[in-house]
Design a protein around this ligand. Sequence first.
Ligand code: C2O
Ligand code: CU
Length: 478
Amino acid sequence: MLNRRTLLTASAATGLFLAAPPLRASGRVSYRLVMAPTQQKLLGDDKPETALWCFNDSLPGPVLRARQGDVLRVEVENRLPQPTTVHWHGIRLPLAMDGVPGLSQEPIPPGGRFVYEFALPDAGSYWYHPHWGSAEQVGRGLYGALIVAERNAAQAWDREALWVLSDLRLDKEAQITPDFRLPMDLSHAGRLGNTALLNGLLAQNFSVTPGERLRLRLINTANARIFALRFAQHRPWLVALDGHPLPPRQLGEDAPVTLGPGMRADLILDATGKPGERFTVSDSDPRGRRYALLDLEYGPQPVGAKFFGKDLPALPPNPVAEPDIARAERLSLTMSGGAMGQLTEVSVDGKKLGLREAFQQHRVAWALNGQAHTEQQHGPGHGHSPPLFSLSLGKSYIIEVINETMWPHPLHLHGHAFRVLSQDGQALADKPFHDTVLINPRGRAELAFMADNPGDWMLHCHILEHQAAGMMAVVRVA
Ligand code: C2O
Ligand code: CU
């Protein structure tokens, strides 16, 4: 089902580093991003070029790099045939820079520009993508990594690498199929691609040097694919989730790193193989069948690396406000709908409809607390959606999420990071901070955070077809 070819001679890592060097002046980093149609040979020389929409003609877009505490300034130019915006996924920033059309800014019209400028309070692995018609715009190739280096941490790895994981749905001519609102995708698992990509290329080999310690940043930018990576014969340490450090935790023998769309993980991997060896990194498809995503390919020479096998210090925590769990107010969020779900009636942008009508008239298939918001609601001239939750600035909350559907949902909150206290009734020992958490089918989770960032923030499923089909809401902090 998934293409896994070795036609390309370029190493999987080379697609990435096309960014012009950033202009740096003490604590300020500036970039320019042009969003435009482009072409790229994805499947090898004997196949046609694939028409894509990209940032700076590159798939993924350029890696934006800055240091914690820097001010990032990005001038965006829209040369797409549609309006757009850019959202900085996971960055805790002022609402006006959040890139949500109708909520935080007017969309950038074709031919228009917008300058985003904000400070970066947290170190870690983040990413950027449009938030206008995201299912189509991200699905055509508009996404890129934003890497924020720690301000005060000694490097404890020999080399850093970035894996931007994604997939595309391609036809026989290597073109992206234009069926962006297929009823099947809206109401089932979302738009799953048929071609997995690593850093914008067909996933194949990743070169490692025997005896090095790698920091591997994984970012899932796919519309709908949930990656569950297993590293044969390796036991990586998990050191950060969604950018936020946690006490290093070594993965069990066959335990996967599971990332829903939008989610990130930072791993430390000791290259324990010998020169010339190969080890498979596998993923599992939605039915749980494993396929080889790529091979770790060991080079011929071991290096005298400095950090291999040493003690692993935790990364310094980000300055996220600690929720006051004992005094937090509890809220509940029920996810419903989708194929094989029980939802029969839904309120669409404030109007009660039967699910069938809601789907026929508005392509709505999902609800949060019985309410669905359509993308029009966040579009130009439609003003704000009424908030699903109105929170008091400075107060702590625990949202209990209950997934009544038969589908997993990566739930994303803008403007904040939350601790995941429990999942499916099990308390989590390290209560990691996340901005996106995967809620299992018929599962639940408790999310705790302090509402410390004023504004109207999106809360939505990051399976972009579920978002398009109503699974989003506004959380007001005032
Ligand atoms: Cu990464 Cu509201 O999105
Ligand atoms: Cu979903």
